[in-house]
Ligand binder design. Structure first.
Ligand SMILES: C[S@@+](CC[C@H](N)C(=O)[O-])C[C@H]1O[C@@H](n2cnc3c(N)ncnc32)[C@H](O)[C@@H]1O
Length: 330
């Protein structure tokens, strides 16, 4: 087994502490596959950028319960410049914002806006064990930790997001960061019928799944009986029988499969055996929520909408509308 770094050791310890024995045995293979250098040409550069972040003073103030996930820590000007250069090597930064030692990472997404739509409708996260499926850079996972969660696990197969998470964790530090972990794997790598987590989040993932019902069942299997599912996905307007499947691309994104109406999605959840299903929010994504920034310089939502009719994508489909649904496993 390769030498583990500090965050990996922390994750192994957490799995032991949580009694996740069957999964624990698979971690070496999952890490090796998730961080295989052959997966992405830039992976060694990202790894190096995180490893080169300078050691930080122990004394720091960590704010996980505010819109911009922030760590106040005293850095010299030279240290700040060095950190900023290293953090820029992990661009594009899509999910945030973060403020690390005075460096403001203005990400493509105002992920705090999504959190504001979701958070008021959740059962208390205090002391809970949480899985964030497709959690991106881990922005929402830090917010969950900020609400007092006991154990937060992000799974996401993107190695870039893995290293972005580790960079943020470097600033957060072991004391505050010890409850929040990232495993670079997909939902299909979660052991079957785990029945473990108190809350499972799947935000921005369902429409990328070719078999959405299988995804809902996988999420259910990861929950303990009585646990809470938080599902956020693209929807279309319509009734219980409305489901839209775009062509090759939707708002320039490949791999977009099923966009149900909220009512249809509730029906799917019911058929998969969920209870107490509630649509707690539905809104059209605004151009201020997803936009190009200094930390994500590629095209963004405004380029993917029809410039003459913002209610349509460039392919002529309905513009992105997202729903948040909360449900319970019986
Ligand atoms: C649109 S992003 C959503 C990020 C974040 N949850 C949010 O709501 O802002 C979808 C994420 O799903 C991840 N993903 C792709 N395939 C996945 C899989 N099989 N299992 C889990 N996550 C996956 C992607 O890497 C990406 O980070």
């Amino acid at each position: 087994m390769p030498l583990l770094n500090a965050p990996q050791r922390a994750l192994y310890h957490a799995f032991v502490e949580q009694g996740l024995d069957t999964w624990l045995a698979r971690l070496p293979e999952q890490f090796a596959r998730g961080l295989d250098r052959k997966r992405h040409g830039d992976l060694p550069a990202w790894e190096k950028a995180v490893a080169k972040l300078p050691p930080l003073p122990e004394e720091r103030a960590v704010h996980l319960d505010q819109d911009c996930v922030s760590v106040e820590v005293a850095l010299t000007d030279a240290e700040r410049r060095r950190c900023e250069n290293l953090l820029r090597k992990l661009m594009p930064w899509r999910k945030g914002p973060f403020c690390l030692g005075g460096i403001v990472i203005d990400t493509e997404w105002r992920s705090d806006w999504k959190w504001q739509r979701v958070a008021p409708h959740l059962s208390s996260l205090e002391g809970r064990r949480i899985l964030d499926v497709g959690g991106g850079s881990g922005y929402h996972a830090w917010r969950m930790a900020g609400k007092g969660a006991a154990f937060v696990l992000v799974i996401d197969p993107s190695p870039r997001f893995y290293y972005q998470f580790q960079a943020v964790r470097h600033f957060v530090g072991a004391a505050e960061g010890g409850r929040t972990h990232f495993l670079p794997v997909g939902i299909e790598d979660v052991p079957e019928k785990l029945a473990f987590f108190d809350t499972v989040f799947s935000m921005g993932v369902l429409y990328h799944r070719a078999s959405p019902l299988d995804h809902l069942v996988q999420l259910k299997d990861a929950l303990r009986p009585g646990g809470e599912l938080v599902l956020e996905t693209l929807v279309v307007e319509g009734d219980e029988s409305t489901v839209f499947m775009p062509g090759e691309r939707y708002a320039a994104m490949p791999n977009v499969y099923f966009l149900p109406s909220s009512a249809a999605l509730c029906h799917w959840l019911e058929r998969c055996g969920f209870q107490d299903i509630r649509v707690v929010d539905e809104a059209v994504t605004s151009l201020d929520e997803q936009r190009s920034t200094e930390w994500m310089t590629f095209q963004s939502l405004k380029d993917f909408l029809d410039s003459e009719d913002r209610s349509r994508t460039i392919e002529g489909h309905p513009a992105p509308r997202r729903a948040v649904i909360v449900a319970r496993k019986s």
